[in-house]
Every structure is written in structure tokens, then in C-alpha cells.
Unconditional design. Structure first.
Length: 288
């Protein structure tokens, strides 16, 4: 067990009635001061499942993530886990031995391909609308899906705050096309005013989300460290994930909110050129 895990976190995990494992970036060398401790709680059956929540333990942010179903369904999240509490059957200890690097990479590769296909679907939705804001939104979501997919194909589980750092470390061949995606995302517009405008809209989008305050604290930390591009990317990705699940009528009724949240530029001609380039690199990533 890493010595860096605070005693209070270990004690807190010990008081939970179910098996608990530390997962996420806190098990890696990428963790920042703003990062929470992700505790995976294995409640067993769906009937014992609880909603995820963020709590503070001795002033440390902790996200409780309640997982149900077979452990094999959570291999990506559990790779590299640190077991904090197991049950009498040593469920997590047995699972940890079974989650070997080869199996984790295979699952990641499958996930990566699904994300690239998702990027293509998002581009299809972009081409199917005549609304400039909605078209720009789908292109940006497609770009985020592509980068997540390329990371997964390279054997890395995307970690939201750290994705650009992960991209910087992967093989240059695997990162091919990332520059195209970053252009679609608009990373060159990563300024404090742009982030501030987006944050006002994203706060509204996340008004009912349990992790809203945690998200805000991470953005503030990245701004304090002057990591503007990482901050812009992270905030935009959170907004993209939120908006991707909305119904079509939402986009039309709240197009201004969508535009602000994702810092969108409504130049259809430029969007179409970028989409064609993104389409080519996605297909290349799929080996087509």
C-alpha cells in the first residue's frame, strides 16, 4: 500500500461495510493537489447500490464510486487498484491477480475502438444539422471522443484532468491526429476570459451534479498553476460529456448556453474543413 495514502483515508475506507479499493489518478504519479481520492466500493448486488458522492475526509476530497456487477465489467477502472479493505472471500485480492496487464490492454483497445466509432457517429450528427452551434458542438464532442480513443488504444485509461499530459507521453505514432483534434477543440483559444465564460455556463449545466464543487475546485487549481490549455481542455471535456447525453430539443432551446459552455465558433465552412481532417485521422486510427 503506497505510503502517500493519508491515514485518515485508510481509516475511512476501513469503516465502509463493503470491499473498497483506491483507483484513479491517486494510484499514479500524475495526481495533483486538486485530485480527489477515488474509492471504488463493491456493494455487490444492484439492490445494495448507492449513488456516487463526494465527501471530505480530514480535508481530503474523496469520491465514493459504488460499483455493481461482475468485477470483469470494471477492468479498466480497477487496473492498478490499491486494495484498502477486502471481504472474507478475498474478492478484490483474487480480482487483482486476474487483472493482468495483457487483459487490461485488450479491454482498453476494445474501448478505444468504440470511442473512435463514437467520434464518427458524432461527426455524422454534425453533418446532419444546419444549426451552426449544434454542428460545432458535435465536432468538438467528436474530437474529445477521438483523443480518449487514441489514449485507450495506446494502453492508457483516460484521466480527465491529466489527458493532455498523457497525450504528451504516448508514442508519437499513436498520437497522430491529436493535433487535428486539438484544432477542432480550439485549444489555441485557451485564455482566462474564455475559460471564465465557459465556466459560468458549465456551472449551470452541472447545477444538479454531485461532483459540481469538485469540478470547480479542479478548474481553480489548474488556473492557479497557469495550466491554461489543460484547464480549457478539461472544462470543455466535462461540458462535452454532459451535453452529449442531452436531447435534441435541449440544444435548440439552450443554444447560447451550449455555445458558451464549449466556447464554440460558428463558422460552418471552417468546421466542415476540420471535420474532413478529423474524419481521416479517425479512420486511420481504426486501421481503415
Amino acid at each position: 500500500m503506497p505510503e502517500s495514502i493519508p491515514t485518515a483515508i485508510k481509516a475511512f475506507a476501513g469503516e465502509i461495510v463493503y470491499p473498497v479499493a483506491l483507483i484513479g489518478c491517486s494510484t499514479s504519479e500524475m495526481s495533483l493537489d486538486c485530485c480527489e481520492y477515488d474509492l471504488a466500493v463493491f456493494a455487490g448486488s444492484q439492490e445494495h447500490n448507492q449513488a456516487n458522492q463526494v465527501v471530505r475526509v480530514d480535508n481530503h476530497p474523496v469520491e465514493l464510486m459504488h460499483l455493481t456487477g461482475p468485477i470483469k465489467d470494471h477492468i479498466i477502472d480497477l487496473a492498478g487498484m490499491v486494495i484498502l479493505k477486502d471481504n472474507s472471500k478475498l474478492m478484490l485480492s483474487s480480482a487483482a491477480k486476474d487483472i493482468i496487464a495483457e487483459k487490461s490492454k485488450k479491454v482498453l483497445a476494445t474501448s478505444g475502438k468504440k470511442l473512435l466509432i463514437s467520434s464518427l457517429f458524432c461527426q455524422q450528427k454534425m453533418r446532419g444539422t444546419n444549426h451552426p452551434t449544434i454542428a460545432a458542438m458535435w465536432l468538438k464532442i467528436a474530437a474529445y471522443e477521438f483523443i480518449d480513443g487514441m489514449l485507450a488504444l495506446s494502453g492508457n485509461r483516460p484521466m480527465p484532468v491529466h489527458i493532455l499530459e498523457q497525450v504528451r507521453q504516448i508514442d508519437s505514432k499513436m498520437a497522430e491526429g491529436v493535433d487535428v483534434a486539438l484544432e477542432c477543440i480550439g485549444a489555441e483559444r485557451a485564455t482566462r476570459p474564455a475559460i471564465s465564460r465557459s465556466m459560468a455556463a458549465i456551472k449551470e449545466l452541472k447545477s444538479k451534479d454531485y461532483d459540481r464543487e469538485l469540478f470547480i475546485s479542479k478548474v481553480s487549481h489548474l488556473l492557479e498553476r497557469r495550466m491554461l490549455v489543460d484547464c480549457y481542455y478539461y472544462a470543455g471535456r466535462v461540458a462535452a460529456k454532459n451535453l452529449a447525453n442531452k436531447k435534441e430539443i435541449f440544444y435548440s432551446q439552450y443554444s447560447k448556453l451550449v455555445q458558451l459552455a464549449l466556447d464554440l465558433v460558428n463558422d460552418l465552412q471552417s468546421l466542415e474543413k476540420m471535420q474532413k481532417r478529423l474524419f481521416r485521422v479517425v479512420n486511420r486510427g481504426l486501421g481503415r
